[in-house]
Design a protein around this ligand. Structure first.
Ligand SMILES: O=P(O)(O)O[C@H]1O[C@H](CO)[C@@H](O)[C@H]1O
Ligand SMILES: O=c1cc[nH]c(=O)[nH]1
Length: 237
C-alpha cells in the first residue's frame, strides 16, 4: 500500500495501462479484461488488475496533468515494481493532416511545464518513449490495421491557454498534438530505468474545432486500447 494507491503487495501487474480518466480505467477493465480485481479506490482514482488473453495487466487512472500522473507513476514504480507503463489518453490535433479519432504514438514530448527545468537546474531534457515499446506498439497497430502517426507531441500544463493562437508555434515546428501527461511519464520512466509509451487518440482538433461524439470516442478508444493490450502481451514481467 502506498500513499495514493491502496493495493496490497503483488496486486498490481508489471505492465500498467494509464488513462487520465479513472472511469476509462473501469471501462477498460470491464470490457477487455477477465478475472478483474479493483485494487484501488483512493480518491476515486480506480485501479484494476485482470488478465488479457491470459496475461496479467493492470489499468490505473492517473488524473489530469503532470503533477497528478507523477504521483501515480512514482508509486507504481517504486512501491509496486511496475516495469512497463503505457499511457492511453486523448489529445488535440495541431496539424491539418491529423483528424479526429486518429491514433498517435508519442515518440517524444515537448512541454511548457517547469517540472523538468526544476529537475535539471534550468536546462532542457528531452522526454522520449522507450523504443522497444514504441516499435512493438507500431507493429501491433499495423497488424490490427489501425493507421498511426508517430512523432513529437506537446505535454502542456494549461488546457485553457491565455492566447488562442499559442498552439500555432508548436505546430510550426511539427508537433502533432497536445495532451497533458506524457512528458512527466517519460521523464520518470527514464529516472527509474523502466519503459514508458504514450498512445493518444485525437478527441478534438485545433484546426477544425471539431470534437468527437461520445459514441465515436468509445469506438475509437478501442483501437488505442487494443494496440496497448496487444503490446502488453509481448512484454516480459
Ligand atoms: O484523456 P486523458 O487521458 O485524461 O488525457 C487528456 O485529457 C485531459 C484533458 O481533458 C488531460 O488529462 C489530457 O492529457
Ligand atoms: O489535453 C488535451 C486533451 C485533449 N484535447 C486537447 O485539446 N487537450
Amino acid at each position: 500500500m502506498s500513499i495514493h494507491i491502496g493495493a496490497k503487495e503483488g496486486e498490481i501487474a508489471r505492465t500498467v495501462l494509464l488513462p487520465g480518466d479513472p472511469l476509462r480505467a473501469k471501462f477498460i477493465a470491464e470490457t477487455f479484461l477477465q478475472d478483474v480485481v479493483c485494487y484501488n479506490e483512493v480518491r476515486g482514482m480506480f485501479g484494476f488488475t485482470g488478465t488479457y488473453q491470459g496475461k496479467r495487466v493492470s489499468v490505473q487512472g492517473t488524473g489530469m496533468g503532470m503533477p497528478s500522473i507523477s504521483i501515480y507513476v512514482n508509486e507504481l514504480i517504486t512501491e509496486f515494481k511496475v516495469q512497463n507503463l503505457i499511457r492511453i489518453g486523448t489529445c488535440g490535433a495541431m496539424q491539418e493532416d491529423i483528424h479526429l479519432k486518429d491514433v498517435i504514438l508519442a515518440m517524444s514530448t515537448s512541454t511548457d511545464s517547469n517540472m523538468n527545468k526544476l529537475r535539471f537546474n534550468n536546462m532542457d531534457y528531452a522526454p522520449t518513449a522507450n523504443f522497444s515499446l514504441l516499435m512493438k506498439a507500431y507493429n501491433n497497430a499495423q497488424k490490427l490495421g489501425v493507421p498511426v502517426r508517430v512523432g513529437n507531441i506537446l505535454s502542456t500544463d494549461t488546457f485553457y491557454g491565455d492566447e488562442p493562437d499559442d498552439w500555432k508555434h508548436w505546430a510550426k515546428f511539427g508537433v502533432l498534438a497536445v495532451e497533458m501527461e506524457a512528458a512527466a511519464l517519460y521523464t520518470l520512466a527514464a529516472k527509474f530505468n523502466v519503459r514508458a509509451l504514450g498512445i493518444m487518440t485525437v478527441s478534438d482538433s485545433f484546426i477544425t474545432h471539431e470534437i468527437t461524439t461520445s459514441e465515436e470516442r468509445q469506438k475509437t478508444f478501442r483501437n488505442m486500447i487494443e494496440i496497448a493490450l496487444e503490446t502488453a502481451l509481448e512484454l516480459e514481467d
